[in-house]
Write a new protein. Structure first.
Length: 463
């Protein structure tokens, strides 16, 4: 029994079905869950449209006269329509895959019932088709209910001017002046995309830099790009309230300053969807904030009850959610399984340029928590980067001081989400900088800088 059909839920279902389990998914929104219908897939599709606009930036440098960004017009309804179509198409594809695998899909909601005797758990299913609720007895239950945008009581979204990231695709036109509140990954991504679309953007950041939990060098490099392209960034500024005005919104900052805009996008984090599941009553341990407590094989404290994805608070990435779900089913159904290893998880921020990371962080190294040697190689010296007119970005590589084993890396570049893979493979497989350095790369290529960074660390090793 799987409650929630997002990446954690549907990937778990596919694994369980492959192992001949009788699988039922209960999902309120649709196959793929909020990730596919409202969050990750729509936002990255929206960003893909903004990337097309970005391609018209500084074309004169290449000898191509396109009249620049000023000549570009963007049809908001067409962009939003494409976002919704692709999300629905992805959801349909996932639904087809699940049905083909023999999974039963129920459109509805579910919660844990009274504790049952024996080795089964009673799950109360409430269909959304108007039929009466019923109980399914399941030997294994996976909680995969995800999370929803956090709402501040002083800035309640209305879907018109004050918005969550799930509501922006319903706007008839792009904002004239978008005030983005929150400079974490979500806030930075939307601020970057709207800026590329030609929207005036003000980013309100409560910390001294954007994306405070990301690599400092990378975050500052991207902040410089934002500012150079006209974004207003208010560092060390906390939003106290957001109110409607006759023509837009008024954002009141904690220090008394006021920012006026046409729309406000609230990007202040998420809260887990766990309050209506009957977890506490059933005895499932829930941490402060509502996150389900799990171990590295996705077990809760109750035998037979597992949890995966954003509702666990482990790491809010679709890739991690999917792996948590798979691991849960492998473990529950008796397969050999390796516990989740977050040190080998690559993450990407889809700004322009992108920011990708894997393994140990600069903060780990600087604090002495993880001894490492490192090198940071600007892309400006890379031949392919020069051809593409890339002035911003770098490759950073970390390795163990004695053995030279690669233990982490950072990439700031267009398509950093693709460039991080060789470093991720190195971290996952305990490759050394010597092995990376001796790997022949395409010339010219951005990936050549990864091998060059490894060669610099290899030279340091031999010294």
């Amino acid at each position: 029994m799987i409650i929630g059909g997002g990446p954690a839920g549907y990937e778990a279902a596919l694994v369980a079905a492959q192992l001949d389990a009788d699988v039922t998914i209960v999902e309120a929104a649709g196959a793929g869950g909020a990730c596919v219908l409202d969050d990750c897939v729509p936002s990255k599709t929206f960003i893909a449209s903004s990337d097309v606009v970005t391609g018209y930036r500084d074309t004169e440098e290449f000898g191509i006269h396109s009249d620049g960004l000023e000549a570009i017009t963007v049809d908001a309804q067409a962009v939003h329509g494409r976002v919704k179509r692709l999300a629905m198409a992805q959801s349909r594809d996932i639904r087809t895959k699940l049905i083909k695998a023999g999974v039963t899909l129920v459109h509805g909601s579910a919660r844990l019932g009274a504790d049952a005797l024996g080795h089964t758990h009673a799950v109360i299913v409430t269909p959304h088709d108007g039929n009466a609720e019923y109980i399914i007895e399941a030997g294994t239950v996976l909680i995969a209910t995800g999370a929803t945008p956090r709402v501040l009581p002083t800035a309640v979204p209305d879907g018109e001017r004050i918005l969550t990231w799930r509501q922006i695709y319903d706007l008839p036109d792009f904002p004239e002046h978008l005030v983005v509140i929150g400079s974490g990954v979500t806030g930075a991504e939307f601020a970057s995309a709207y800026l590329a679309m030609g929207v005036k953007v003000t980013l309100v950041s409560s910390r001294d830099r954007v994306m405070p939990h990301e690599d400092a060098d990378a975050a500052m490099a991207i902040e410089r790009v934002f500012r150079s392209r006209g974004m207003t960034i208010l560092n060390n500024s906390r939003a106290a309230a957001v109110k409607r005005s006759p023509g837009g919104v008024i954002v009141e900052l904690a220090d008394g300053r006021v920012v006026e805009g046409s729309h406000a996008l609230m990007a202040v984090g998420s809260v887990p969807n766990t309050s209506a599941l009957g977890l506490t009553e059933y005895g499932v341990a829930v941490a402060p904030g509502g996150y389900v407590t799990v171990d590295r094989v996705s077990r809760t404290n109750v035998p037979g009850i597992y949890a995966a994805g954003d509702c666990t608070g482990v790491l809010p990435l679709a890739s991690v959610a999917a792996m948590q779900g798979r691991i849960a089913m492998w473990h529950a159904l008796g397969e050999a399984v390796a516990p989740l290893r977050l040190r080998t998880v690559a993450a990407n921020v889809f700004t322009d340029p992108e920011l990708a990371t894997v393994g140990v962080s600069q903060a780990d190294v600087d604090s002495g928590k993880t001894p490492a040697r490192e090198v940071m190689l600007p892309l400006a010296g890379n031949a392919r980067a020069k051809m593409a007119g890339l002035d911003d970005g770098f490759i950073k590589l970390f390795c163990r001081p004695a053995s030279g084993i690669v233990i982490g890396g950072v990439v700031v570049a267009p398509r950093a989400s693709e460039l991080i893979l060789p470093i991720t493979v190195a971290v996952e497989n305990h490759l050394t900088v010597n092995q990376l350095a001796h790997t022949i790369t395409i010339y010219p290529s951005l990936s050549g800088s990864i091998a060059e960074a490894a060669r610099q660390l290899m030279q340091a090793d031999s010294d």
